[in-house]
Each structure stands twice: as structure tokens, then as C-alpha cells.
Design a protein around this ligand. Structure first.
Ligand code: PEP
Length: 250
């Protein structure tokens, strides 16, 4: 691990006020853990007010699953960074494969959003990853190199302090298939080298997360790898005991 371990929950379009309460109180009882591991929860936007009320006593940070690159105006259904920041959002996911695949988010959108997130003073969690077909065709590193170059073009020199990269193989998200620790480390080392070329200052300090069917029984072996600084967790972040076990493994 290079930096403070970081574990981010992506609840996707799941959860409830009850889950916010249950997760906040479960994590609130784990202060020794949340002092060591930075824990972030990205609930659906409508649950952010409830989460924001409890985040500081729970020792966690609030995150959003996406944000508009626009500051305001005629963008029906979108949420700007300033609207999200009113509810304590300090981390924003960008380029999640579900948004790229199902909502047409392009590399150019990811780049614009990443810039806007950092300019607003939030941390951008840039998600990259290859499909099963791209892996079979041995294009994994080419695809990820392109995604990184596009997302991180023209960032300010000091962007490292406001950036996280999550490697999420598309074939591993929500499928129960997980990259082996060796496969994940191989890609993470590649990402680390690329970041040094793309970000001028302190690229070594950028946390690199693995995501894709991380569970309580495989988290420790993934997080033990040198360039894996934590995880982005979907399904297993909806059950407090499982999520806490994953955070403990970091
Ligand atoms: C995700 O959606 O970012 C994710 C990693 O999901 P899961 O853990 O369910 O594979």
C-alpha cells in the first residue's frame, strides 16, 4: 500500500433510509477502523441528506455516483457539484462502466467531469476497465491506457491530491467473477506507471482501488498486493457486516 487505505461503497440504485441508518451506526461503532481506513459511501442522491447528517459521527465521507460537468442551467435531471456539495459530498465517481455502457458516457464526458470535480474541490474517482472481449484479445492495457489518457488530459499540476483511480474490469462487476490478485496487481502497476506520465506532481500518492465482485472472503488477498490501496465495492457494500469485513481487510 502506498497511501492511507480507502474503501468506497457504490450502492448504485439500491438502499434506503434504513440502510443509511444501519450502516452509519455500524460504522460509528468502528472508530478504530475508520481512523485507519478512509471509508466513503456513495448512495443514490436522494439518500445524501440522510447520510450527510450522520457521516461525521460515523467517521465516513459522502460520495456521489456521478455529477454534471455543468455548473447550472437547463440540464433536466442532472446534479451539479455545488448542489452535491451542499449535502457534504467530497468524492464523486466518474466513468463507472455502467454509465459508460448504459448512459452513453464517453471518454470526453469523463474528462470534462473529472476536471469539473477537481475544480470544485472534490475528489474524482475515475473508473477504468476492460470488457471480457478486450481481455481475451489482449487489449487490456491498451484500453486502460487510452481511458486514462483521455480522462486525465489537461488536469492541473496538483491534481494528484484530488484524484483516485479505480480499476474495475467490466467482466468482474456484479458477476461474481473477480480478477486474481496477480491480474489486478499487473494492471495496477501499469496504471501507476501511466499516472507518473500523466500527472506531473505526486502521482505516487494517487490511491488505486480495485473493484469487481470484491467480497469479505477475497478482499484481503487483493488488498495485500503492492499497488492496490483499497476497493470500490458494489453488492457487498449493501450489508453492514460484509462491508465492515472488507474495510477491515484494507
Ligand atoms: C461496482 O459497481 O463498482 C462494483 C465493483 O460492483 P460489485 O462489487 O457488485 O462487482
Amino acid at each position: 500500500m502506498h497511501v492511507q487505505p480507502l474503501v468506497i461503497a457504490n450502492w448504485k440504485m439500491n438502499g434506503s433510509r434504513e440502510l443509511v441508518n444501519a450502516m452509519s451506526s455500524a460504522l460509528g461503532n468502528q472508530s478504530a477502523l475508520t481512523e485507519q481506513v478512509q471509508v466513503v459511501i456513495c448512495p443514490p442522491a436522494t439518500l445524501l441528506p440522510a447520510l450527510a447528517e450522520q457521516a461525521s459521527t460515523a467517521g465516513i465521507a459522502c460520495g456521489a455516483q456521478t455529477a454534471s460537468a455543468h455548473a447550472g442551467g437547463a440540464h433536466t435531471g442532472e446534479l451539479s457539484l455545488s448542489l452535491l456539495q451542499e449535502f457534504g459530498v467530497s468524492y464523486v465517481l466518474v466513468g463507472h462502466s455502467e454509465r459508460r455502457q448504459h448512459y452513453g458516457e464517453t471518454d470526453a464526458d469523463v474528462a470534462a467531469k473529472t476536471k469539473a470535480i477537481i475544480a470544485a474541490g472534490c475528489t474524482a474517482v475515475v473508473c477504468v476497465g476492460e470488457t471480457a472481449q478486450q481481455r481475451e484479445q489482449e487489449q487490456t492495457k491498451a484500453v486502460i491506457g487510452e481511458q486514462l489518457a483521455a480522462a486525465l488530459a489537461d488536469l492541473p499540476d496538483n491534481a494528484a491530491t484530488k484524484l483516485v483511480v479505480a480499476y474495475e474490469p467490466v467482466w468482474a462487476i456484479g458477476t461474481g467473477l473477480t480478477a486474481s490478485p496477480e491480474q489486478a496487481q499487473d494492471v495496477h502497476a501499469f496504471i501507476r506507471e501511466n499516472l507518473k506520465k500523466l500527472i506531473k506532481t505526486d502521482a505516487d500518492l494517487i490511491p488505486l482501488l480495485y473493484g469487481g465482485s470484491v467480497k469479505s472472503d477475497n478482499a484481503a488477498s487483493l488488498f495485500a498486493e503492492q499497488d492496490i490501496d483499497g476497493g470500490l465495492i458494489g453488492g457487498a457494500s449493501l450489508v453492514a457486516d460484509d462491508f465492515i469485513a472488507i474495510c477491515s481487510a484494507a
